[in-house]
Design a protein around this ligand. Structure first.
Ligand code: DGP
Length: 141
């Protein structure tokens, strides 16, 4: 089990040094309410074994996190009367990651809320699409 760097806020929550509104816990994951909820019921799921982000977590640890996310989604939805749920994880400061400890946001949604991290851009030109497609396929080799 990897330990979070000293002072890491979610590491301190996991160790019980800082309080949190725990909603679920098992031997691999821990889930608690976000202190700055975007909607009522906004929950964070973290692995007990430290990883800064999704890329540093093992497939087994990610599977455990997603199993917890999946388990909590209907419970949270029912609890707050949400109509939908957004699940996301920010990776890197540029993406809005403020806490360097892998966490999955579970954000209950309603059709009338104004949350949007998805702002569609201009339609992708065919040539640029082919260029990016080729670059990604090359990176995967
Ligand atoms: P992100 O921006 O993706 O790194 O999300 C970090 C989230 O963590 C953000 O929604 C606020 C939440 N958060 C930050 N500090 C605390 C804390 O001390 N307790 C709890 N419960 N949530 C926190």
């Amino acid at each position: 089990m990897r330990q979070a760097p000293e002072g890491n806020i979610f590491g301190r929550i996991l160790s019980g040094e800082l309080p949190s509104w725990e909603v679920y816990s098992d031997d691999q994951t821990y889930a608690f309410l976000d202190i700055f909820p975007q909607n009522p019921g906004h929950t964070l799921v973290i692995p007990r074994s430290y990883a800064e982000n999704i890329l540093e977590s093992s497939e087994a640890e990610l599977a455990a996190c997603l199993a917890t996310v999946r388990r909590l989604m209907p419970a949270i939805t029912e609890a707050v009367g949400a109509k939908g749920v957004t699940v996301l994880t920010n990776t890197g400061i540029a993406a809005g990651q403020t806490v360097p400890y892998l966490h999955f946001h579970i954000i209950p949604r309603s059709t009338s809320d104004s949350i949007s991290i998805y702002n569609p851009g201009e339609q992708l030109p065919d040539e640029e699409g082919r260029r990016i497609q080729g670059a990604i396929r090359n990176s995967l080799k």
